[in-house]
Design a protein around this ligand. Structure first.
Ligand code: NAG
Ligand code: NAG
Ligand code: NAG
Length: 272
């Protein structure tokens, strides 16, 4: 019995410790030397894997659509070149890759995750003709898995390190909920549950197995009765300022027919 319980426990623990499916497709830089923190952070994006987001902006007469996929290729055909975020110019249907998933970088803070795709198509004339880069700021929002993808700005006035900046809301960026129960309150709850089990179990046992009726159904009734008497005695002994005998004596004088009864009760309560 205990061995089987132990096995079940062990299985549950090992299932919890098992790695969640890794976001394989986002390729972090470093080969064997991949940063452990980047890898663990990438795990948190797993619920968003292969989700596709679009944002359209109007710039003068041109309109651009940005398509973003979390650790997935926007063009999933065979001629895909690992593009994770692409820009489509609506009029000319010209496609420019902003960032690729085989050059992924990821950092986080308390309530945000910044996903960076580098190795995009090269600028024609700006930014020293370097590769384009997409930065997607994912902010904590408990109410949505993923929403509100949009472009914030395109920085290409610098001589290098230009970027496209996007933002998005997601619950995966939220800090892990801490348990609000302290050790003390957990112990209290366990204690209360044990008492409830004792009373209910004892009641059922007394009623159906022993066949008790009325107050006798209360588990260990006589024990608790005696316990109550003992406590009362203790209280009597500690708290009472005048000896109890004076009270009975007074009663005995005032009331003849009741004179016997309290004495009898006292004998039972205080066997001294
Ligand atoms: C490729 O993408 C299209 C459109 O997003 C989708 O319908 C299709 O199932 C995808 N194919 C594969 C092999 O993932
Ligand atoms: C990513 O993939 C593209 C196309 O498949 C390739 O040209 C590029 O060199 C790769 N980048 C890295 C950093 O591996
Ligand atoms: C960043 O993410 C890691 C992995 O999920 C987590 O352990 C760490 O606490 C996060 N950093 C901050 C500042 O919240």
């Amino acid at each position: 019995m205990y061995a089987r319980l132990w096995c079940v426990c062990l299985a549950a623990v090992s299932a919890m410790a098992a790695e969640p499916p890794i976001v394989n497709d986002c390729i972090l830089i470093g080969g064997e030397q991949k940063s452990a923190s980047e890898q663990s952070l990438l795990q948190r994006l797993a619920p968003l894997k292969h989700k596709r987001f679009e944002a359209t902006v109007q710039e003068g007469t041109d309109s651009y659509t940005y398509t973003f996929e979390v650790c997935g290729r926007v063009d999933n055909s065979s001629k895909s070149s690992n593009e994770g975020l692409v820009q489509n110019e609506t009029a000319s249907a010209k496609t420019t890759v902003i960032g690729r998933i085989n050059d992924t970088h990821i950092i986080n803070g308390t309530d945000w995750i910044l996903l960076v795709y580098k190795s995009g198509d090269k600028y024609d004339s700006h930014c020293d003709k370097e590769s384009r880069k997409a930065m997607i700021m994912i902010s904590c929002n408990k109410n949505t898995l993923a929403d509100g993808f949009m472009i914030i700005s395109e920085e290409r006035q610098k001589s290098n390190d230009c970027f496209y900046l996007f933002e998005m809301d997601s619950s995966v960026a939220c800090p892990a909920e801490e348990s609000h129960l302290s050790v003390g309150s957990i112990l209290l709850i366990v204690f209360a549950v044990l008492i409830a089990l004792y009373i209910i179990g004892g009641f059922l046992y007394q009623r159906f197995v022993v066949g008790a009726k009325g107050m006798e159904q209360f588990p260990n009734f006589t024990f608790w009765q005696e316990f109550g008497n003992l406590v009362a005695d203790g209280c009597d002994f500690v708290c009472r300022s005048q000896p109890r005998s004076s009270e009975t004596a007074y009663r005995g004088v005032g009331d003849d027919q009741l004179g016997e009864e309290p004495e009898e009760r006292d004998d039972h309560l205080l066997p001294m």
